[in-house]
Ligand binder design. Structure first.
Ligand code: LLP
Length: 390
C-alpha cells in the first residue's frame, strides 16, 4: 500500500541511544526520571521509553490511561496541570498514582473531597512557582510569578496549614517546572538554590518530604541536530547532584520530555509546487502547521533538508511553506538544492511537541507515524511514489 505524505518518521535506534545515554548519566540511585508524555504520546515511543525504566509525567486523565496501557506502573506516574477536572482527579486517585502535583489551595479542597469519595489517601506534591526566569521563549516560560502555574512561595505556609486539616491528603513532595528548551544551566542552578531555601523552611514546619520534583526543561540542539543528536544529560544531572541539598531518603524527580524524544522524530513532506513569488521562491509542501505548529506558534527553527534533490543542479533560496490558509504557515527561509515538485523534505527535530500538537484544521487527515526498526526512511519514501501525486 502506498504511504501518504506528510508522515512522521521516528528513528527508534536514536531514541534508544538517547535513553541509554540518559540512564547512564543518572548520577545517583535516588534520582528518578519521569518522561513527560505530553511531548510525544505514540504507543511505540512510550513502550520503548518504558523499557528503560522511566516513570511517566502526565497532565491529563487520558495521559494516565495511556501510560498505564503502555506498561507504566501506577506508582511511577505523576499528574500535573493547573486545571485538573474532577474526572481526571478520579482517574488519578482511583488508580493510586504516585503523586498529584497540586497547583493551588483551592485545588487541595477538591482533591481532598475526591480522595474521600474514593476512600483513599492521595499523595500530594505542592507545585511551587519559584519565580525563576528560565531565559527561554516567553511562551514556554512557566516559573515566573506572572505565569499561571504553581503556588507562590509566599503561600506555601498557608498551603501547609490547610493540608494539615485534610484527612484524605498526605503531603509527600514539592514540584517545580520553570520552562522548556533551556540550554544554559544557570536557571537550573538558580532553581536549586530556591529549592534549598524552601526545603529548610518546610522542614522548620516539621515536615520531611519524600521527594523533590524539579520538572523538565532540558533543551536540544535545533540548529545542528545531526552534530548533537543526544543532549548532554550528564551536565544536566550534575547540576542537581551538585547544587541540591537532598536529605537522606529523599528522592529527586525529573520530568523530561523534549530532550528524550525531539531528535528522533522528523516530519516528512512532499513538495507540491515551487512558485516564483514577486520577491522570493516558495516551496509549497504538503505538510502544514496542522502537522507541526512550532514554527507558527513559537517562531521556532527546524532544520529542513531536501533529501531527494539532485545536488548537481545547484542551490537556490526558498521560503518553505505549508498549504494552510494562514500566513503563519511557514516552516523557514533557507538555501536548498534546486527543488522541484515531488521532492521530499525532511523537517528535523520534530519528535517533541510535533505530532501531539497536530490538528485537523481545514479537515485535514492526521499524519501517520512510521518507525525505523520496521523500514528505513528511504524505503518509506520509495513507497510514497505509488501515491496519486507521483
Ligand atoms: N513538566 C511540566 C510540568 C511541564 O509543563 C512540561 C512541559 C514538562 C515537564 C516537560 O518539559 P520538557 O522537558 O519537554 O521541556 N509546546 C512547547 C513546549 C511546551 C512545554 C510544556 N510543558 C514547544 O513545542 O516548545
Amino acid at each position: 500500500m502506498a504511504i501518504q505524505t506528510p508522515f512522521y518518521y521516528y528513528d527508534i535506534e536514536l531514541l534508544e541511544a538517547t535513553l541509554q545515554s540518559l540512564t547512564d548519566a543518572v548520577p545517583s540511585s535516588n534520582f528518578k526520571v519521569h518522561y513527560a508524555i505530553k511531548a510525544n504520546a505514540e504507543d511505540r515511543i512510550l513502550k520503548t521509553i518504558r523499557k528503560y525504566g522511566l516513570g511517566a509525567d502526565c497532565v491529563s486523565g487520558n495521559e494516565i490511561t495511556k501510560a498505564l496501557s503502555c506498561g507504566f506502573e501506577a506508582n511511577e506516574i505523576v499528574l500535573a496541570g493547573v486545571g485538573k477536572s474532577d474526572a481526571e482527579l478520579h482517574t488519578a486517585i482511583s488508580n493510586g498514582i504516585h503523586s498529584i502535583n497540586c497547583e493551588s489551595i483551592e485545588e487541595l479542597v477538591v482533591i481532598n473531597e475526591i480522595a474521600e469519595q474514593n476512600n483513599r489517601v492521595a499523595n500530594i506534591s505542592f507545585r511551587i512557582n519559584p519565580n525563576v526566569d528560565a531565559k527561554t521563549h516567553h511562551k514556554i516560560t512557566t516559573g515566573l510569578s506572572e505565569n499561571k502555574f504553581g503556588i507562590p512561595i509566599s503561600e506555601v505556609s498557608r498551603a501547609i496549614a490547610e493540608i494539615r486539616k485534610m484527612p484524605f491528603l498526605s503531603l509527600s513532595g514539592i514540584h517545580f517546572h520553570i520552562g522548556s528548551q533551556i540550554l544554559s544551566m544557570d536557571p537550573f542552578i538558580k532553581l536549586c538554590n530556591q529549592v534549598n531555601t524552601l526545603l529548610d523552611e518546610i522542614e522548620a514546619e516539621g515536615i520531611n518530604l519524600e521527594h523533590i520534583n524539579v520538572g523538565g526543561g532540558l533543551g536540544i540542539d535545533y540548529l545542528t541536530p545531526d552534530e548533537n543528536p543526544i543532549p548532554d544529560f550528564e551536565k544536566y544531572f550534575a547540576v542537581f547532584h551538585e547544587h541540591l541539598n537532598v536529605r537522606e531518603n529523599q528522592t529527586v524527580h525529573f520530568e523530561l520530555g523534549r530532550s528524550v524524544v525531539a531528535q528522533c522524530g522528523s516530519l516528512i513532506s512532499k513538495v507540491l509546487y515551487v512558485k516564483k513569488g514577486a520577491t522570493k521562491n516558495f516551496a509549497i509542501i504538503d505538510a502544514g502547521m496542522t502537522e507541526l505548529i512550532r514554527p507558527a506558534l513559537y517562531d521556532s527553527y527546524h532544520e529542513i533538508e531536501n533529501i531527494t534533490a539532485d545536488a548537481a543542479l545547484g542551490q537556490d533560496n526558498y521560503s518553505v511553506v505549508g498549504p494552510i490558509c494562514e500566513s503563519s504557515d511557514v516552516f523557514g527561509e533557507l538555501e536548498m538544492p534546486i527543488t522541484k515538485r515531488g521532492d521530499i523534505l525532511q523537517i528535523k527535530s520534530a519528535g517533541a511537541y510535533g505530532q501531539v500538537l497536530s490538528s485537523n484544521y481545514n479537515l485535514r487527515d492526521s499524519a501517520l507515524a512510521y518507525y525505523s526498526d520496521e523500514n528505513d526512511l528511504k524505503s518509506y519514501i520509495g513507497q510514497t511514489k505509488e501515491s496519486a501525486l507521483a
